[in-house]
Ligand binder design. Structure first.
Ligand code: ATP
Length: 441
């Protein structure tokens, strides 16, 4: 039996304008959330996972309308909350609560814990002080604290206890939906499991729907029924948590999984190293946004390099694409100063060649003669005309679908994945050379 979702997010976007000058002219946009779709069914815990800066928190605050979304719709119990009036929004705020990473900052130090927990009841119109206090005490007990704690103050509680209080406060208005943004990442590892266990118990007891946001695949695995993997404002993979963990399809998901300890010895070594930072969302890479860091970028049909060399070549290409690859700094960081000419003299072509191949771990020569010719031309272009010209040469020589075309989020048996490796249109590419190479290939 399928149940209608409680929350349905469609095409949600949140762009922050980048402005300049006193007139605040818009010169660009930070595409923090760039068109995401997912749903949360009653009684379900759904995760959003991704590295810092991928847009997870912005997705949460926009879907609750704590910030106005730029575009898209959020259906809550069938109603579009982006169309809600102020009054409707207030009623919605009672049904949808949020808890944050740092419980310390969410309590007024001058208010007793009991007053803090009961505060939302006051805001929503419960005037009977004694009744508010009794409800707060009951909730404190249900989150594993004692009724007597109602008279204590925030500084008397540990981080884990404060997160329990934050949960009690979220529950006090009897919500249907809780968004928990990194609820355990500020806590000691030993306390994390306790709080996650509590979230699970409470979810069952109160029949809640939960959206859990985390950068930690281990946390997601412990509590989520389904998971959405987010990269640079987009969802790149989603599905039931166990299936995603047993058989991750997107190279980014595999890379995130590489960061959690793997008890199954057969699966050790499958992890792919995630190098570099999340690119700037105001200027996301073309095509697949992950291609600049992807270990499995699809090579053109006629390139016969092993995956690691191909990836290093792409790394060189993306550095030239971004500009600012300075041959002299490269040479200074890799070659002995005795081998370099004085500052006012140009570097020889051979010196730049050596520096580039050392920086990007590229053999001399590459095993594929056409690729070697293209690399040589790109290094010539770098020496003669700078990074822009080298970037153009490499782009023409190594056209990859991953840089050219944005992959659709395709449904595969209840799983969704946005990757050209899973795209029927690029199936013709010989996959054995290119698929899922690890960083150690
Ligand atoms: N008010 C804002 N103005 C401009 N850019 C913003 C604003 N808020 C967030 N961003 C940018 O949007 C992107 C996504 O940020 P967001 O905080 O949603 O990511 P995240 O995945 O939750 O990461 P973290 O866990 O570090 O908070 C980042 O590049 C961030 O710098």
């Amino acid at each position: 039996m399928t149940t209608d979702p409680l929350v349905e997010v469609e095409g949600l976007e949140k762009h922050y304008p980048i402005t300049e000058g006193v007139l605040k002219r818009e010169v660009g946009r930070v595409r923090a959330v760039d068109g995401i779709d997912f749903d949360v069914r009653p009684g379900e815990t759904v995760g959003i996972v991704g590295e810092s800066g991928c847009g997870k928190s912005t997705a949460a605050t926009s879907l609750l309308r704590l910030e106005e979304p730029t575009d898209g719709s959020v259906l809550f119990d069938g109603d579009d909350i982006t169309e809600y009036s102020k009054g409707e929004l207030k009623a919605f705020r009672r049904r949808a609560q949020m808890i944050f990473q740092d419980p310390s900052s969410s309590f007024d130090p001058r208010m007793s814990i009991g007053e803090s927990v009961a505060e939302p009841l006051k805001i929503h119109g419960m005037t009977d002080r004694e009744r508010r206090r009794r409800i707060a005490q009951d909730l404190l007990e249900r989150v594993g604290l004692s009724a007597r704690d109602a008279d204590r103050y925030p500084h008397e509680f540990s981080g884990g206890q404060k997160q329990r209080v934050a949960l009690a406060r979220a529950l006090v208005v009897n919500p249907d939906f809780i968004v928990a943004d990194e609820p355990v990442s500020a806590l000691d590892v030993s306390i994390q499991a306790e709080i996650l266990g509590l979230i699970e118990d409470i979810q069952e007891e109160f029949g809640l729907s939960i959206l859990l946001i985390s950068h930690d695949m281990g946390v997601v695995r412990q509590v989520c029924d389904r998971v959405n993997v987010m990269y640079l404002g987009e969802i790149v993979e989603s599905g039931p948590t166990e299936e995603v963990f047993d058989d991750p399809k997107h190279p980014y998901t595999k890379a995130l999984m590489g960061s959690i300890p793997q008890p199954d010895p057969r699966k050790r070594g499958e992890g792919v190293e995630l190098t570099g930072d999340v690119p700037n969302p105001s200027n996301p890479p073309s095509g697949c946004r992950f291609h600049t860091r992807c270990p499995s970028v699809i090579a053109p049909d006629d390139v016969t390099l092993d995956q690691k060399v191909w990836r290093n070549l792409l790394h060189f290409r993306s550095r030239t694409d971004r500009g600012g690859l300075d041959p002299r700094s490269l040479a200074e960081s890799h070659l002995s100063l005795d081998d370099l000419p004085p500052e006012d003299e140009d570097l020889s072509r051979e010196t730049v060649d050596r520096a580039v191949r050392t920086e990007f771990d590229l053999p001399t020569p590459l095993s594929d003669t056409d690729a070697e010719r293209a690399l040589t031309e790109a290094i010539d272009a770098l020496v003669d005309d700078g990074t822009g010209s080298a970037s153009e040469t490499l782009r023409e020589a190594f056209p990859t679908v991953c840089a050219k075309q944005s992959p659709e989020l395709v449904d595969e048996d209840g799983r969704r994945v946005a990757c050209h490796l899973h795209d029927a249109a690029v199936e013709a590419t010989p996959q054995e050379d290119i698929a899922f190479g690890s960083a150690d290939d």
